[in-house]
Design a protein around this ligand. Sequence first.
Ligand code: ADP
Ligand code: MG
Length: 242
Amino acid sequence: MNIVEFRNVEKHFGVHTVLDRVNLQIRPGEVVVLIGPSGSGKSTLLRCINVLERIDGGELLVGGLSVRAGAAAAREIRQEAGMVFQQFNLFPQMTALENVALGPRHVRGASRAEARAQARELLAKVGLAERAGHYPGQLSGGQQQRVAIARALALRPRLMLFDEPTSALDPQLRQEVLRVMQALAEDGMTMLVVTHEMQFARRVGTRLLFMENGRIAVDGSPADLLDTPSDQRLRDFLKDGE
Ligand code: ADP
Ligand code: MG
């Protein structure tokens, strides 16, 4: 079964069409990298999967559940699809450990001890075992983003959505975040990643999508699309580096 299935999905903001009859299927284990010019609809596409935006037409299934099936389905979908944003959005008054433990306590009703034990495990997984007691303000941007990844993983998602996770970071801090994402992919996590990191797309992506004007204009293997882009708009995009 597909983890994500867009069928002719439309999204409009006023008269502006942001998703223009999008069709897309993502199977378990795929690492799909989504690129495209600013304003082409990449964030909106991710936000529709996570039911942060409602769709205006077509059908969108996540883990077999329709995003239009009501509040209970939306909650379940949000748990299945972890999301990591450009801005880390950690709670500044909570430690790294508390940030990661919060979701399981509230969403899954985990005990405090269970949530904290799992949070420690996840912080170790993202290389931050020693920083569990630090507050976000005491961490670098790369460390904060790794905490945000651990926090998303704490809900045990089947799918991870990343919206430009390294764009707010200095170049030297990007690699530590990309390495964590690569390890996650190698563990078999299904991922949909909006990024400008073409090295990551090539090394880790199993599939590359190029979005333009609310449509997925090109869909193929990263190596094919990056080495021999047949689409003129994709060629222009890659040449300009946006
Ligand atoms: P991308 O992530 O590819 O840069 P977005 O999905 O953020 O693109 O935005 C696509 C288009 O939708 C843009 O023209 C943007 O201005 C518009 N848009 C996004 N969110 C909203 C909103 N909440 N209200 C109105 N327009 C929006
Ligand atoms: Mg965006």
